[in-house]
Design a protein around this ligand. Structure first.
Ligand code: CA
Length: 530
């Protein structure tokens, strides 16, 4: 006789079927397993932070972007002002590795939102589009979505009228054109009305005339124009020092000169320093034991400066991987990495997150290393698959918490021998070296039970494309809680911007966060400490 109680209601339920009584709440993921869907707000947040670059194992870049755009659109239609608050929070807070998704979502709100939403989107433009490049990117997006009506034109005009004249001159000289747009194009569309130095700045951008002598705020432009006609690298270096020019303002023929880089180095913005470490080393300026290497390491160690410059951990990780490799991805020469600079990047990765204090809880850090996690690129960083990125993300907890253990799962548990004292490169390499397999996200909880581990919080870094298991991850967690008496929590760290989660939204002991949100370690710590 069929035992209805044990075989139907009491579980376990294979992942290829929905949990008993939850069929209407669960959805089939791309791998053929039943999981919970995330709502449009959560999906939009995942998109703002993770983007859709490189797509995923299951979706092309275009398909993933389209799904995310649709979820974002639904969020905008449901509550436009809330959507804009979310865009501003992620963008202005420096929480995402790239600003493109935020600019795209803002353009969407400025095009498809109701009147109130559009006005709020226009007001948010100077906050979300902080650089000239951001503005051009926004223009490119919005141009494909709507016409250049009065509201949009005056929003762009406001961008040019916001901030001090010298700040705007800096952005306009640094980024003169991108994405097929120039300041001349946008100024002609928007027609901002200004007087004095600002009017002179607009005149320079549209007609190329400059009367810098009259306007001290425009001194930078005078330097910029002089650099364009500089005859020698020495002359360019002198101009860089005299006028505080940046790399973007220097003709490319001078960018192989150590003298020019030495001049640039002194006032180089932190984000530029991180991007140019390889070049500084290649031209011979940054050598072991050099003053330059020491200064660079010091600057990378300044947590406050990292935050102020909105340096994202992913940008640091990308720089670390490239720099430590000693050769460019696109064949841009070779260099001998300076060890102290590599160390400084390693430390800067952790400092670029919001500072989360240790909770003292017992953490089980479970990395999904299945086949699907080996596809796609986080924030377009070559080789930074969700699989290896998960290791970097998990290291933020291992470095903070006194009690942690690592586990890696595919269709079975795998031994993952990394620890907090490992360098990021080591941790990533070790993870990268594990075999691939099918996915069963219930394994970490079952393994902890089998090994008799006392766990307060399971942190599962995954794309939630689990399908292989004989029970659902939430069933495994409940079994763990029942058998151990520990009210263990589950944090799901989304590593792909899809719409799935293994966390039960009705269970207050489960939480969804987004991988590589700079706020994530703090949110996880708060949740674990509750
Ligand atoms: Ca998988």
């Amino acid at each position: 006789m069929l035992n209805y109680l044990t075989q139907v209601i009491a579980g376990p339920t294979p992942q290829s079927e929905p949990l008993f009584g939850r069929g209407s709440e669960m959805v089939l993921n791309s791998a053929g397993g039943f999981v919970f869907p995330v709502d449009d707000w959560k999906r939009m947040e995942r998109f703002l932070i993770l983007g859709a670059e490189g797509g995923s194992y299951y979706a092309s870049e275009r398909k993933l972007a389209l799904e995310n755009a649709e979820a974002t659109l639904r969020a905008i239609e449901a509550d436009g002002l809330r959507a804009i608050r979310l865009i501003v929070k992620v963008s202005d807070g420096g929480r995402a590795p790239k600003n493109d998704p935020a600019l795209f979502a803002l353009a969407l709100a400025a095009s498809a939102g109701d009147d109130r939403t559009k006005r709020a989107a226009f007001r948010a433009l100077p906050i979300v589009a902080r650089t000239g490049t951001h503005l051009f990117r926004f223009a490119e997006y919005v141009d494909s979505m709507r016409g250049w009506g009065r509201g949009l034109r005056s929003a762009v005009a406001d961008w040019y009228l916001s901030r001090s004249v010298s700040e705007r001159a800096y952005q306009m000289a640094k980024y003169r054109q991108r994405e097929g747009w120039s300041h001349r194009d946008l100024l002609r569309l928007a027609h901002p009305k200004a007087e004095g130095a600002r009017d002179a700045l607009f005149g320079w951008a549209t007609q190329g005339r400059l009367d810098a002598a009259v306007w001290p705020e425009l001194r930078l432009l005078e330097g910029y124009e002089k650099a364009r006609t500089a005859a020698t690298a020495r002359e360019a270096a002198t101009l860089i020092r005299d006028y505080e020019l940046t790399r973007e303002m220097i003709p490319t023929q001078f960018l192989q000169s150590p003298e020019v880089w030495e001049a640039l180095f002194d006032r180089m913005p932190l984000t530029a320093l991180i991007r140019n470490l390889a070049t500084l080393t290649r031209v011979g300026l940054m050598a072991p034991l050099s003053a330059t290497a020491r200064a660079a390491a010091e600057r990378l160690g300044d947590a406050e400066a990292l935050r102020k410059a909105r340096v994202h951990p992913i940008a640091v990780l990308a720089a670390l991987r490239t720099y430590a490799a000693g050769k460019g991805v696109r064949g841009s020469g070779e260099w001998a990495p300076v060890p102290t600079v590599v160390d400084a990047l390693d430390r800067a990765f952790y400092r670029a997150f919001e500072n989360a204090p240790a909770t003292g809880k017992r953490f089980y850090l479970a990395l999904d290393v299945s086949g699907s996690m080996g596809y796609g690129e986080i924030a377009g960083v070559p080789g930074l698959t969700p699989r290896v990125a998960a290791a970097a993300m998990a290291m933020t907890i291992a470095r903070t918490e006194p009690q942690y253990t690592f586990g890696a799962f595919a269709h079975e548990m795998q031994r993952l021998s990394i620890r907090a004292t490992d360098s990021l490169e080591q941790a990533l390499e070790t993870t990268d070296g594990l075999p691939f397999g099918a996915t069963d996200a219930s394994l970490p909880m079952l393994a902890a039970l089998e090994q008799g581990l006392q766990v307060d919080a399971f942190v599962v870094l995954t794309d939630s494309e689990t399908w292989f298991g004989r029970m659902h991850p939430v069933e495994a967690l409940r079994r763990y809680r029942d058998k151990t008496g520990i009210p263990a929590k589950l944090v799901v760290v989304a590593m792909v911007s899809n719409g799935f989660t293994i966390a039960d939204p009705n269970d207050a002991g489960m939480l969804d966060v987004v991988g590589f949100d700079t706020a994530t370690p703090q949110v996880m710590a708060d949740f674990a400490a509750e």
